[in-house]
Ligand binder design. Structure first.
Ligand code: FAD
Length: 424
């Protein structure tokens, strides 16, 4: 029988050392709170989610992590190129409606996540790798049951718990918080390749999002990374990609070659690792907080990978939670619904409107429309750059209505320029 170790008592216990956990830990340490981060894996470890959005840079800067990220030598990113057959449309994030960062990075997450959690540890967070959270008692003094790297159980008493466990979704599962997502079950099949892309044949500072030639709801990502590697993946409804492990490499290779742009650039490139598969990742919860806890990043809601919004939402949630929690720990009365859930959900809902219209084909019609107004492009570029909380942007203030109206104009006109003033 394993012995129960001494209990630990901290201000804030954080479950998971991914980007949301690391940034929350650093921000809370800046405010002088004691922070314990419990991470079940050992780092560095592979993770998917390599294309950042410029909005995320502000949170890295606030958390004191920017310099370490800049010095790491990751691949620069300044936009996205969408392709469908012979149609192509580029969004440059430096030319956008909202103010703020216009560039960011395409990162290998093993290195990126390590840098972030090292920064949090340098800021004074106690980070324990190989420690798995197994149970929680909610309340004013929440209690976590943890197993250390040798499987020995111990307890942590905290004044508050932040669940940053990503797809582990520890508290949604333990506390029965899960809610249905509106998205169909999709999967992704992906790998890294040694790309050997000749200089000048693609802009490595932009990710490529390529629509399958025949199926508009099937798409590919191509994310150039540093040191001659590229991340490539295919997303489709699960029936397409849920194949036995032994067939994954063949299926992914065949899919890559079926798309002209990806096929020409990296169709024959050597895989750096066996393809991985992840399915059923879209998830939701009834609420993002409860008695003594809040949910960050993917532990709360995850929409879809198509607009690379995951890490940005994760960092935004860490920023909002850390500020709300700092006030609470200082004795203020805070309302987590209006200070955390609602403001976070507003940006998530912006992305949701974009994701839904991507899969319905409406946003693709807009993106590939041959005649586009510069001002509307800048508004859409701002959302694609992660500024999904900037309510001065009409496509944030009312994303569904704006996109649908714009789509109707695109569908009915060879040029929508003349109609744009009526949208603003
Ligand atoms: P994570 O980064 O998942 O970290 C959670 C950590 O918690 C993990 O280290 C895990 O080991 C730990 N943990 C889990 N359970 C426990 C436990 N019981 N005890 C202790 N620790 C635990 N996002 C982007 O921004 N750009 C992209 O290009 C992008 N592409 C994607 C492609 C696909 C196919 C998918 C599925 C997602 C993609 N995402 C992308 C989303 C991105 O992966 C996530 O949004 C992001 O990693 C969330 O960060 P996080 O901090 O919430 O969780």
């Amino acid at each position: 029988m394993n012995k129960v170790l001494n209990e630990a008592t901290v201000d804030v216990a954080i479950i998971g050392a991914g980007p949301s956990g690391a940034v929350a830990a650093a921000l809370l340490r800046q405010q002088g709170h004691t922070v314990l981060v419990l991470e079940r894996q050992t780092f560095p470890r592979f993770s998917i989610g390599e294309s950042l959005l410029p909005q995320s840079m502000a949170y890295l800067e606030e958390a004191g992590m920017l310099q370490a990220v800049v010095e790491a030598g990751f691949q620069h990113k300044n936009g996205a190129r969408f392709v469908h057959g012979d149609r192509s449309s580029e969004y440059d994030f430096r030319d956008k409606f909202s103010s703020g960062w216009g560039t960011t990075y395409q990162v290998e997450r093993a290195a990126f996540d390590q840098i972030l959690i090292d920064c949090a540890a340098r800021a004074g967070a106690d980070v324990r790798f190989g420690h798995e959270v197994r149970a929680m008692t909610t309340g004013d003094a929440p209690m976590l049951d943890v197993a250390d790297a040798e499987g020995r159980p111990y307890r942590v008493e905290a004044r508050f718990v932040l669940d940053a466990s990503g797809f582990g979704r520890v508290l949604p599962r333990l506390l029965g918080l899960e809610a249905p997502t509106r998205f169909p079950v999709r999967s992704a099949l992906f790998t890294h390749v040694f790309d050997c892309i000749p200089a000048g044949s693609t802009d490595r500072d932009k990710i490529v999002v390529a629509v399958h030639p025949e199926h508009r709801d099937v798409w590919f990502w191509m994310i150039p990374l540093a040191k001659g590697r590229t991340s490539v993946g295919c997303v489709a409804e699960s029936a397409f990609l849920d194949v036995p492990e032994a067939r994954r490499a063949d299926v992914l290779r065949k899919m890559m070659k079926s798309e002209p742009t990806i096929g020409a650039l990296i169709g024959d490139a050597q895989f750096c690792m066996p393809p991985r598969h992840i399915g059923g990742y879209s998830a939701n919860v009834e609420r993002l907080h409860g008695s003594g806890y809040a949910l960050l990043g993917n532990a709360g809601e995850f929409l879809d990978p198509v607009f690379s919004s995951g890490v940005t939402i994760a960092l935004r949630s860490a920023h909002l939670a850390a500020h709300t929690l700092h006030r609470q720990l200082g004795g203020a009365s805070v309302d987590w619904a209006s200070e955390f859930d609602e403001p976070l959900r507003r940006g998530i809902d912006t992305f949701r409107a974009f994701v839904e219209r991507w899969y319905s084909g409406r946003l693709q019609d807009i993106i590939f429309h041959p005649h586009q107004s510069d001002s509307i492009r800048r508004m859409i570029a701002a959302v694609l750059a992660g500024y999904a909380w900037d309510e001065t942007n009409p496509f944030v203030a009312n994303p569904a209505r704006r996109l649908d109206t714009l789509w109707e104009l695109c569908a009915g006109a060879s040029s929508v320029d003349a109609s744009y003033p009526s949208l603003s």
